[in-house]
Ligand binder design. Structure first.
Ligand SMILES: [Zn+2]
Length: 422
């Protein structure tokens, strides 16, 4: 018997962290941030007998607190794909700078990730201490994302992290035909949504972009720096946007592009992505930004929900002209400027309200499986596992729980810091 403690992402998204203890040894899977002000982290756990930390992927809600743990012990090792290692470092640095250093670790601790990571490929099995064995499987969510499978005694537990079973222009779909598992700790993000057909969304996105540039406007695509920006670049490349319309990339996406090019094994079409990177014009400074606004074109820029970043600057320059369009490509969390824009065609920044004249479109390129995809994937795991549902709004966890129970599965929806014998 091992003990599983769910330290975070219980009935919410943020602060993913799971602590598994067996005899006198332990493993931690993920140690992420929640974007409160200042950002918050899961409770600390003892690291004396910790054999490893594994991270599923680079998004900060899974990786953001890692330097805090590594700072406790120089010999503590982090296991993740090399792509995850190289993506999470710039993301954590950026979070650190934005928070003004209000973090439970120093800037120097972030560079420990490079030193203390043991890069691990998909499907490679690694013994950890006397009690555990770990294997990473492709999760299909962003480049380098993994499901973490841990064997202990004669049992096996799977931490799905965030996953997408569908192959996109950027990512191969999650590993199917998983081995037998006894316990599955799964995300529930889109347990209450059905995503439209991928190709339809891509075509609609291309149509919006072409209509915009052909009428002399600029299409602003606010997108997450990791994953979504690269996918949009690949879609624009695939559908062949005429070269007279420049495609610009700004913000953190520039750094991420360089990292992803270095890890071609972790994307679905490395050559297409390389072509997309060559085609894109990188924005380095104010002069580049001013130039990008001079003629019809496409600007891909974080943040994905118009929450600050370079996308704010472009928004202010483009919102007032109906020739332009603002194209949202991810779910917009209620309370964000992006959600306000979709609902009311206006955005409030500080005391100022911007009534938007530009065309506003929503083409959601999800990087998570939808309710059907979740059920298909979870039901296909052999061994009749017990399910722990995390990483979703409370209602989403309940919805997925009800569906799994209907199929005769054993389901638990943990609260923060709940522990279980598994
Ligand atoms: Zn994620």
């Amino acid at each position: 018997m091992a003990q599983l403690t769910c330290l975070g992402s219980c009935r919410e998204i943020g602060k993913s962290a799971f602590y598994l203890e067996e005899r006198n040894e332990s493993i931690l899977v993920d140690y992420g941030t929640k974007f409160t002000n200042p950002p918050s982290f899961p409770d600390m756990v003892p690291i004396d007998n910790m054999q490893a930390i594994a991270i599923t992927h680079a998004h900060l809600d899974h990786s953001g607190g890692i330097p805090r743990l590594l700072a406790e012990d120089d010999n503590l090792s982090l296991f993740c794909t090399p792509a995850t290692r190289d993506l999470c470092i710039p993301l954590i640095r950026d979070m650190y700078e934005i928070s003004g250093g209000r973090m439970p670790f120093t800037r120097r601790d972030i560079s420990r990730i490079k030193r203390q990571t043991q890069p691990t490929a998909y499907e490679e099995t690694i013994p950890l201490g006397h009690s555990f064995e770990m294997t990473l499987f492709n999760a299909g969510h962003i480049p380098g994302s993994a499901m973490v499978s841990i064997r202990y005694d004669s049992k096996r537990v799977l931490f799905t992290g965030d996953f997408n079973a569908i192959t996109s222009r950027l990512n191969n779909g999650a590993r199917i035909n998983l081995p037998k598992h006894d316990v599955v700790v799964t995300e529930s993000t889109y347990a209450r949504r059905l995503n439209p057909d991928r190709e339809e969304i891509e075509q609609a996105l291309i149509q919006t972009v072409l209509e915009t540039v052909e009428r002399g406007g600029i299409a602003l695509i606010p997108a997450f720096a990791v994953g979504r920006s690269q996918e949009v670049m690949c879609i624009l490349e695939e559908y062949g946007i005429p070269s007279k319309y420049p495609i610009y990339v700004d913000g953190m996406a520039r750094t991420v592009n360089k990292v992803v090019v270095k890890h071609p094994n972790y994307i679905s079409s490395p050559h297409a992505f390389e072509r997309a990177v060559k085609r894109a014009r990188v924005i380095y400074n104010r002069q580049d930004r001013a130039n990008a606004l001079k003629r019809p074109g496409i600007i891909i820029s974080p943040a994905g929900m118009l929450k600050g970043g370079a996308s704010h600057f472009y928004f202010k320059m483009l919102y007032g002209d109906e020739k332009n369009s603002i194209v949202l490509v991810s779910f917009q969390i209620p309370g964000t400027p992006g959600a306000e824009l979709l609902a009311k065609r206006r955005v409030t920044v500080g005391n100022r309200e911007y009534a938007v004249q530009a065309d506003v479109r929503y083409h959601h390129l999800s990087s998570h499986s939808d309710s059907r995809g979740l059920m298909q994937m979870l039901q296909s795991i052999p061994g009749n596992p017990e399910f722990f549902l995390v990483h979703g709004e409370s209602e989403s966890c309940d919805a997925l729980g009800a569906k799994l129970e209907k199929k005769g599965k054993k389901v638990t929806i943990p609260e923060t810091n709940d522990s279980f014998e598994v």
